[in-house]
Ligand binder design. Structure first.
Ligand code: SF4
Length: 248
């Protein structure tokens, strides 16, 4: 029984035997068949999100797409969201933190994101809390993410379907077995809005104050929270995606 009184209808282990054999589109179709409108996408408006949103526009255009606007996004990121709404009529629901960036700074007396022990609180308040408040209130049962095993780190062990105890529901990774080249091939083959920063040495894009371009040879995520890295010091994943666990 989940927090909204609904019966959770799926055994993840059994479902994963099927889901591993399916293509991304079929995994999304499965999610919508199982959970109807209680299946949503959580989008970061990066490349893999563009793939997911384009598939949603084709096979489940009425299901909600969630986008958490931290107040620190690049204009290029917001432009992708707006283009998907305008061109594909997707139901993109923009969620906001309780405090504006200025209100948050006034509350703490400094910018949390500038410090290694402030970043987790900033990410929690500006990403995780708005997302969880929304899905708990809406009775969302399944959230689709664009994470891929090939990204490495905690993502190397992704399963297609996993439980997310934060809202007593599931997370689905339709693109978990896609390589970076598969994503690029899909985007080339379709006329899809893509975050313009990807063409400017930003393979991974988050908040503007916590994201830099990467140098040739650097890890894809080296530009995330670069200002917080030091010898033996690694910033944490933002906590928005439960599958990411700890570490960066
Ligand atoms: S990425 Fe940076 S600015 Fe954005 S929520 Fe996390 S710490 Fe705050």
């Amino acid at each position: 029984m989940n927090s909204n009184g609904g019966v959770l209808p799926v055994d993840p282990a059994a479902a994963n035997q099927l889901l591993t054999t399916l293509r991304a589109e079929e995994r999304i179709e499965w999610a919508v068949q199982q959970f109807g409108m209680r299946a949503v996408v959580l989008s970061s408006m990066q490349k893999t999100s563009s793939v997911l949103l384009h598939i949603m526009a084709r096979i489940a255009p009425d299901n909600q797409i969630l986008f958490v606007d931290t107040g620190f996004h690049f204009p290029e990121t917001l432009a992708v969201r707006d283009e998907f709404i305008q061109r594909f009529d997707l139901k993109i629901n923009t969620l906001h933190p309780e405090l504006s960036p200025a209100e948050q700074k006034a509350k703490y007396g400094y910018d949390l994101y500038e410090f290694i022990d402030g970043q987790p609180d900033c990410c929690q308040a500006r990403k995780e809390v708005p997302f969880l408040n929304h899905v708990r209130k809406q009775g969302t049962q399944l959230v689709m993410l664009g994470l891929r095993r090939a990204e490495g780190g905690a993502r190397g062990n992704l399963q297609p379907l996993e439980l997310d105890p934060r809202y007593s529901g599931y997370v689905l990774h339709p693109l978990l077995d896609w390589r970076a080249a598969d994503v690029d091939d899909y985007l080339k083959a379709h006329d899809v809005p893509v975050n313009a920063l990807h063409a400017k040495q930003y393979p991974s894009i988050g908040c503007s104050v916590c994201t830099t371009p990467v140098e040739p040879g650097e890890d894809e995520r080296a530009g995330r929270w670069r200002h917080l890295r030091g010898e033996g010091v690694q910033p944490r994943y933002c906590g928005l995606n439960f599958s990411d666990g700890g570490g960066i």
